[in-house]
Ligand binder design. Structure first.
Ligand code: SAM
Length: 300
């Protein structure tokens, strides 16, 4: 049975009030949403977002059995402000793809199982992994693998991709990556992980969407409201950490002022001085959680 990553820690972090309003920005298979709903009474309400149609359908089935106090939106969380027109008491982002998305070979996220080069979380969007792998110029691919994969072998992998086109499936791509990296690298870790991550980020525009969505989410919070974000790789975590830092420190312009004007004062308090990471027992159950980090702030 799949267990949501950092479940107790993030639910505790939301500090749920029985009659509060909450947003689950990344519904997935409703692991977190279910726990939020269990803690709400009749006045409370949950808005949930997911761009994956299957996740929305499955979660609707599941949640309809336990509550009426929720609404699911099948859309990117970047559109949150268009759908939620009131202030809320807590928002959770559990970023990235879900285990069921990863495990379903036909979605094309996995380098262990053969499937089409797809990687779209939202099947309505047009750009697929096939487009990136087969149509991007060499320099675009190198850049992509450096920036979104932090892949030291970006050049050799990108060249191998370009030289082996057309590439049709995930395992074809995986083989090409493996054969293009030094043997030492091949033995150290899975040499496909970073390239697959980079392509997935590009296909779903994950990092650009995250920055703007965190800002929108913070705007939607009531004073005293909590923002909890679980990230799964350093690029995501850097964005979260940096944004939280700007919110939880006075603006540098305030440094030498005898009285700090409100607009330059910090806007939130950091609840997690250091990010919360999975316990050893959680890592034993769910190895995918190994790089997860939970950061929490509270709006002043
Ligand atoms: C890690 S899973 C969430 C798992 C969920 N918390 C649970 O307990 O089952 C992330 C989910 O967010 C969705 N997702 C990722 N980025 C999104 C975005 N920008 N907009 C909407 N949904 C997104 C994915 O489709 C996936 O279902």
């Amino acid at each position: 049975m799949h267990k949501s990553v950092l479940l107790e820690e993030s639910i505790d972090g939301l500090n749920i009030k029985k009659s509060g309003k909450y947003i689950d920005a990344t519904l997935g298979y409703a692991g977190h949403s279910k726990e939020i709903l269990k803690r709400l009474e009749t006045e409370g309400f949950l808005f949930a977002f997911d761009q994956d149609e299957t996740a929305v359908k499955k979660s609707e089935e599941l949640l309809s059995k336990i509550s009426k106090n929720y609404k699911i939106f099948h859309t990117n969380f970047k559109n949150m402000k268009d759908f939620v027109k009131e202030q809320v008491d807590g928002i959770l982002f559990d970023l990235g793809v879900s285990s069921p998305e990863l495990d379903d070979a036909s979605r094309g996220f996995s380098f262990h199982k053969d499937g089409p080069l797809d990687m779209r979380m939202d099947k309505r969007s047009t750009k697929t992994a096939y487009d990136v792998v087969n149509n991007y110029r060499l320099d675009e691919l190198i850049n992509l693998l450096y920036c979104y994969g932090e892949e030291a072998n970006a050049k050799s992998i990108a060249k191998a991709i370009v030289n082996n086109r057309p590439i049709n499936t995930t395992l074809e791509l995986a083989e090409i990556i493996k054969s293009s990296v030094p043997e030492s690298y091949r033995n150290k870790s899975n040499p496909c992980r970073k390239t697959f991550q980079a392509i997935r980020i590009e296909v779903n525009d994950e990092l650009k969407v995250l920055e703007s969505s965190l800002k929108d989410a913070f705007d939607l919070l009531n004073s005293g409201g909590r923002l909890c974000v679980i990230s799964f790789h350093s690029l995501e975590d850097r964005i979260v950490k940096e944004y939280f830092r700007t919110l939880t420190t006075d603006n540098v312009l305030a440094k030498n002022l005898p009285v700090v004007p409100d607009e330059l004062k910090k806007k939130a308090v950091l609840i997690t001085k250091k990010p919360i990471t999975p316990s050893d027992s959680e890592l034993n159950i769910n190895n995918r959680s190994r790089s997860a980090k939970l950061r929490i702030i509270e709006k002043i």
